[in-house]
Design a protein around this ligand. Sequence first.
Ligand code: ADP
Ligand code: MG
Length: 247
Amino acid sequence: MADERMNRISTGIKGFDGLVGGGFPEGAMVLLTGLPGVGKTIFGMQFIYNGARKGENGVYICIESSPAELKSQAAMFGMDFDAVEKEGRITFLRIPKGNVRFNLFQMISDAVNRTGAKRIVFDNVATYMVSLGRFVALWDETLSDVNEKARNMQIKDADGQMIVYSIIEQLKSLGRTCIVITHGDESGAKLTSDGISEYLCDGIVKLDIVELGREPTRIIKVTKMRQTKNTLELREFEITDRGIEVG
Ligand SMILES: Nc1ncnc2c1ncn2[C@@H]1O[C@H](COP(=O)(O)OP(=O)(O)O)[C@@H](O)[C@H]1O
Ligand SMILES: [Mg+2]
């Protein structure tokens, strides 16, 4: 049953918080899934930015785009990330490319603890998996065997699931409100391409583009949210010059 007194972490995304009882449950691990181009990164940026604007620090971990690219995309939606970054409210962590050994989880937990971040976005776990062999980025030392296989590009589904499991469980252990972004499965048969993260998370938000007769329409659905009476309704949304707005 929903506990009305529970602290809710507002996304500040117009029309969204009402779908989840006012915001995500504090400390929840939320999976944000959908095919490329649906708006996952924009959603994640708005979540972090709107938090920072009201004093809740955030850490944004990015892989496919650089912080500079993300900031200039965000500026198109009126978000001035340079300003909040200067105030120390937002920290971007870019997973380094190249032949470096480092402990990614350590890097994230150091940044979260140093800045007292309440919000984390990991963008995104699917790209991280694909890039493992090229980046030689370790999630943590206990997975060195899996990382070794990844370097030799012999990574199997089961190894991939083990890494995803480790990422989600360790991020959860930080106790902050966290959005983990992943790719949807092309066939639509599964919620995620890894086939496991949907079971590990407290909440799932799915973005999609569907053809509803006339023109393609963006839709959003909250398929799972712990301690929340979510509506399970499909809602249309738009990406306007203020970012994502749910109708
Ligand atoms: N300035 C803008 N105004 C409206 N829509 C935009 C703008 N910039 C990008 N978009 C839309 O946002 C989409 C990309 O969103 P993004 O969050 O990066 O997707 P994802 O992370 O799911 O791959 C683009 O495909 C485009 O449709
Ligand atoms: Mg993206």
